[in-house]
Design a protein around this ligand. Structure first.
Ligand code: NAP
Length: 253
């Protein structure tokens, strides 16, 4: 019988894994989206959309739908969902792993200012007005209300009206290439970037562009989360699922 896998998605690696599992008869995977973006592109795999109603709701969903495994492949900054996943796995007694790329590390030539959260990122921009590139999504922009004297160029998946006084939004979905990022930073005369340490390959080019242009990057560290088995990419997740499939077959799933 097939191993039923719920993949908490919202990242390109989650989708990549779901696509890898699709033709494999050993697995029956379903991708879950929070439903944050206006137009959800069809992922080409079975999926569902919307919150579960907390950890208890997720545990009930897992039991009701007969899942065998929970894989948390949400963005490294989707901390609430990741905490809920840990509790739901405990409640339902299912194995859980987190699919998450390792954090980016500064390379020679990088001018990173490491900060633990968004409020300190806003503070790190300083008292003098600067031209700032914010590629942090739209959910945590409120922190920059404390530093309204900067000019912000905000990049997000969907267009929106920013609440910040001196802000402009560009709507774009990655992956972004180095030449595009260089062009964007130069044309907008950006002086400093703010980034979450996502570790994703598709959004790394802005950091290479910043290094080439000698620009500082305020780098926001990931939230700390409970320890669970970590898988760096879809290939590692596949190996983990194959092992689980073997174990479950012996137990007669
Ligand atoms: P969050 O703060 O950790 O989650 C808030 C709530 O949204 C969760 O408690 C859950 O609601 C619901 N939710 C989140 N991810 C879900 C999923 N995959 N399936 C079903 N429900 C989900 O998460 P967030 O920061 O709002 O991020 C939402 C989604 O956007 C995630 O899928 C994440 O991977 C993606 N994303 C986030 C970021 C980021 O920087 N935070 C960046 C890129 C993409 P209930 O409690 O009702 O179940």
């Amino acid at each position: 019988m097939a191993l039923k896998v719920l993949i908490l998605g919202g990242t390109s690696e989650a989708r990549r894994l779901a696509l890898r599992l699709l033709p494999d008869v050993r697995f029956e995977a379903r991708l879950s989206f929070a439903g944050r973006t206006d137009k959800l592109a069809d992922p080409g795999v079975p999926f569902r959309v919307g919150g579960f109603g907390g950890a208890e709701g997720l545990a009930e969903y897992l039991d009701r739908e007969g899942f065998h495994v929970l894989l948390d492949a949400t963005h490294p900054f989707a901390a609430q969902m990741s905490r809920n996943a840990v509790r739901a796995a405990l409640l339902s007694g299912l194995p859980l792993a987190r699919l998450e790329p390792p954090p980016w590390r500064a390379a020679p030539g990088d001018r990173w200012i490491d900060v633990p959260d968004m409020a300190l990122a806003a503070q790190a921009l300083g008292d003098e007005p600067r031209r700032v590139f914010l590629s942090i999504g739209r959910l945590e922009l409120a922190a920059f209300g404390a530093a309204p004297w900067h000019d912000y160029l905000i990049r997000a998946v969907d267009p929106f009206e920013p609440a910040l006084p001196r802000a402009r939004v560009i709507a774009a979905r990655g992956p972004f290439a180095l030449n595009e990022e260089l062009d964007l930073l130069e044309r907008a005369r950006i002086e400093v970037l703010v980034s979450k340490n996502a570790g994703t390959a598709s959004t790394r080019a802005k950091l290479d562009a910043a290094r080439q242009l000698g620009l500082p990057v305020v780098m926001v560290a990931r939230p700390s989360l409970p320890d669970v088995p970590m898988l760096a990419d879809a290939e590692a997740a596949l190996v983990w699922l194959e092992l689980l499939h073997g174990v479950e077959m012996e137990r007669g799933v």
